[in-house]
Design a protein around this ligand. Structure first.
Ligand SMILES: [Mg+2]
Length: 175
């Protein structure tokens, strides 16, 4: 496991940003050596109020599976939400995951049989999703939240993310 001490800007800056989870294709993942994906649910795959995966989500998971890419759900939401969402997907699923903590992520990786070299995280929040995987030195893929909460706490979190989104854009300016 990588234990190099890394700066805050590394920890909170995603490696790749996409418009939607559907743009994270098997081709993209495989070209980066990724064969296992740790996936956030809320605002990454579906808004909070969508209890079950729609056709597009199921097709996307099928395309991962057909290409030999393992997937697990890593959510800070509670078991009823995660279990219902996962009912038709049947993936390794970790509710109350405690991101940015590593415990659930390491358990999911053990379940998928993956390593820090071939695993990436996909989410919508830098302070939880990016931090969680960068602490372990893994690739962080980020999408903008599908439908953001508008509470002051969430607005504050988005404000904290801003400089790191800016850093990402600067790093990726030339494609
Ligand atoms: Mg989320």
């Amino acid at each position: 496991m990588k234990s190099k001490k890394r700066g805050l800007s590394y920890l909170l800056t995603p490696d790749f940003m996409f418009d939607t989870y559907r743009d994270v294709t098997p081709e993209f993942l495989l070209s980066h050596g990724i064969t296992a994906l740790l996936i956030d649910i809320d605002n990454t795959l579906a808004p909070y109020e969508q209890a079950e995966p729609d056709q597009k989500i199921r097709e996307w998971f099928s395309s991962l599976e057909e290409n030999g890419i393992k997937a697990s759900l890593i959510s800070n939401n509670h078991p009823p939400r995660v279990e219902l969402f996962n009912k038709t997907l049947g993936l390794p699923a970790y509710p109350d995951s405690g991101k940015p903590g590593s415990k659930a992520i390491l358990a999911a990786m053990a379940e998928m049989g993956s390593t820090v070299e071939n695993t990436a995280g996909l989410g919508d929040q830098l302070l939880t999703d990016t931090l969680a995987v960068h602490r372990l030195g893994m690739l962080s893929l980020i999408v903008p939240p599908i439908k953001d909460k508008t509470t002051p706490f969430f607005k504050f979190k988005r404000l904290l993310e801003k400089p790191f989104i800016g850093r990402y854009k600067k790093l990726h300016k030339n494609g």
